[in-house]
Design a binder for this molecule. Structure first.
Ligand SMILES: Cc1cc2nc3c(=O)[nH]c(=O)nc-3n(C[C@H](O)[C@H](O)[C@H](O)COP(=O)(O)OP(=O)(O)OC[C@H]3O[C@@H](n4cnc5c(N)ncnc54)[C@H](O)[C@@H]3O)c2cc1C
Length: 381
């Protein structure tokens, strides 16, 4: 079986790793000129870690990451709203880690080794036939593959070509990310601060620095912000926030060090056609607030590889159908969680925010959110 994967992000390399282990010939094309160094930190839930466990990576990840046992939720004046206690999840399924995204990627590539990645390369032409997919790459190379996988992220060109009815929905919010030094946050804690329309999440990523995710209001229709306006706009969105916020804002001095994500999700029902399939963000990007995109991408890679390794090349369409059937309920569950979190975290009105904060503090059952996360982990993929 010969497989071509578009995109050497976490979904693409993990699928390549699993297939390579199973003796499949895999080619990866990546449009970036070299390995990306996306400096942000991520939450890695046990459900994602267990996929990486198949490559013997759990000890290395534990060394690089920080276990998070609590998230403290406060308002913009540091008034306590709620404390999420993750210890039950950690005891049952293993630690929730915060970690540099790049560390996950690097550990993986180091352990798997030998992946054939063609950098600076994209797919120029794709023709689907019943038995093969004919590909022309941007370097002029032409080849037939038994399967082509689109693992090219939220802006996937493969999705646009093969699944034109899929849509990217913009939330009308912006997310800004930056590294912050010298903060005094209790050990094993992350902190969420919710204002009216703006909010932030702060957590340790790696052993030294913290990463801050700052969510700010944005025009309903996406408008590209000028770099020179970036810092002033973030300051404006956090006017009136106290506590650690002035210290965080004082460290935002270079717009180039502040990463931007337009908060969007992918809406699509179909992920495979003949011998082409989508995985990871290309298939189901969700709000970054839910913190599960990477874990889902890892699961996609595992499930797709299991289905592919169980068939011969003639039955690849059958494997894709089974893959889609296995992933559908999981993605429905994850979308529900992600959309629920967006609804909960992003009201603009001051009154609605106050009611929400009051409701969460006095009426939210002790382990409501934890139960949702437990359900995500109980799910058998
Ligand atoms: C701000 C932010 C915070 C996040 N926080 C978390 C978190 O805490 N926890 C979590 O689990 N997830 C988080 N996520 C989501 C997570 O990062 C993604 O779900 C995950 O990276 C998806 O992996 P992927 O491989 O599908 O896509 P990507 O990581 O986007 O990789 C796609 C790859 O395809 C390449 N590519 C694109 N177009 C082409 C082309 N035409 N040809 C060849 N290659 C191409 C890209 O260069 C890239 O290397 C966050 C996302 C964002 C934006």
């Amino acid at each position: 079986m010969k497989v071509l994967i578009e995109g050497a992000g976490i979904a693409g390399v993990t699928l390549a790793g699993f297939l390579q282990k199973g003796g499949v010939e895999v080619t990866l094309v990546e449009k970036a000129p070299e390995y990306r160094n996306d400096g942000y930190g991520v939450f890695l839930w046990p459900l994602g870690k267990r996929v990486l466990g198949h490559f013997g990576l759990l000890d290395t990840l534990a060394e690089k990451g920080v276990p998070i046992l609590y998230n403290r939720l406060i308002n913009q004046h540091e008034k306590f709203i709620y404390k999420f206690d993750f210890r039950e999840i950690a005891q049952k399924y293993g630690d929730i880690l915060t970690i540099r995204r790049q560390d996950v990627y690097d550990c993986f590539l180091e352990t798997v080794g030998g992946l054939d990645i063609k950098f600076n390369t994209t797919i120029e032409k794709i023709h689907e036939h019943d038995q093969v997919v004919s590909i022309t790459l941007s370097d002029g190379h032409e080849e037939d593959f038994d399967l082509v996988v689109g693992a090219s992220g939220i802006r996937s060109p493969m999705r646009d070509k093969i699944f034109p009815s899929a849509k990217v929905k913009y939330y009308g919010k912006s997310m800004w990310l930056a590294w912050i030094k010298g903060l005094d946050l209790p050990k094993n804690h992350s902190l969420s601060m919710l204002g009216n329309g703006s909010g932030l999440l702060l957590f340790p990523a790696g052993k030294e620095n913290h990463v801050v995710y700052m969510m700010t209001p944005a025009p309903k229709k996406y408008v590209h912000e000028r770099d020179e306006d970036r810092i002033a706009n973030i300051h404006k969105a956090f006017i009136g926030f106290t506590g650690l916020v002035p210290q965080i804002l004082s460290q935002l001095d270079n717009p180039a060090d502040i990463m931007h994500s337009s908060m969007s999700k992918v809406l699509s029902d179909t992920w495979y056609h003949k011998r082409v399939v989508l995985i990871g963000d290309a298939e189901h990007a969700m709000s970054p607030i839910s913190g599960i995109g990477m874990s889902l991408a890892l699961e996609d890679a595992q499930v797709l590889s299991e289905e592919l390794l169980a068939v011969n090349r003639d039955d690849i369409p059958l494997a894709l159908e089974r893959f889609s059937k296995r992933r559908k309920p999981r993605l429905q569950q994850a979308r529900k969680l992600s959309d629920g979190l967006m609804f909960f975290l992003t009201p603009k009105s001051k009154v609605v925010c106050s009611v929400r904060n009051f409701g969460v503090r006095y009426f939210l059952p002790h382990n409501f959110f934890i139960q949702q996360v437990m359900r995500m982990h109980e799910f058998v993929i």
